[in-house]
Design a protein. Structure first.
Length: 183
């Protein structure tokens, strides 16, 4: 059996990457959140609207966004920066979002992106990192737990089209290199 020698390249996103980020964002939400979020909401997601929002965010430089590539094809992205949570201090960083194109799940891309963001947050002076994940997103929760994150007890709820959606916060100390990248 030939070993997998495909490398995952990660670079900072630029405003010109907004459409790529938006396309992955919409495809991932529609695949991942089916049965969790209202179907009409997911069907109505617009790459064009997400592109405009991501272009503004990338122009503003907040959050930081990194894109992952395999064989020069964009496969996923991660957004991160200082925490937005008011109950945490400046020692906390946050992974605000991470999405992979559905055709690229299970290829170590998520682990590489988390490792990249955690190293960057640590280098920026953060000692801790947190993130929010949908309670019903069991695959993501299992992934974060494999990456060393621990769930808190508190749940927060928001609504989409009248449907309550619950999130749980995960956290871990920095730095911690992904064991998945070292195996």
């Amino acid at each position: 059996m030939t070993p997998n020698t495909t490398t995952i390249d990660i670079r900072a996103a630029e405003p010109a990457d907004a459409a790529t980020i938006a396309s992955i964002h919409v495809a991932s939400w529609q695949a991942t959140y089916a049965g969790i979020m209202p179907a009409p909401f997911l069907a109505g997601l617009s790459v064009e609207k997400r592109t405009a929002a991501w272009r503004c965010a990338l122009d503003a430089g907040r959050p930081r966004v990194a894109l992952a590539f395999m064989d020069d094809k964009p496969t996923g992205w991660i957004a991160y920066g200082p925490t937005r949570d008011t109950d945490k201090d400046r020692t906390w960083g946050e992974i605000e979002a991470i999405y992979l194109h559905p055709s690229h799940c299970g290829q170590r891309i998520g682990a590489a992106l988390v490792d990249h963001a955690c190293r960057s947050l640590h280098d920026a002076g953060h000692a801790w990192v947190s993130l929010w994940v949908l309670v019903e997103n069991r695959r993501a929760r299992a992934f974060y737990e494999r990456e060393g994150f621990v769930a808190e007890d508190d749940i927060k709820t928001f609504e989409i089209d009248g449907t309550p959606i619950e999130e749980v916060r995960y956290w871990r100390a920095l730095p911690k290199q992904s064991s998945r990248l070292n195996s």
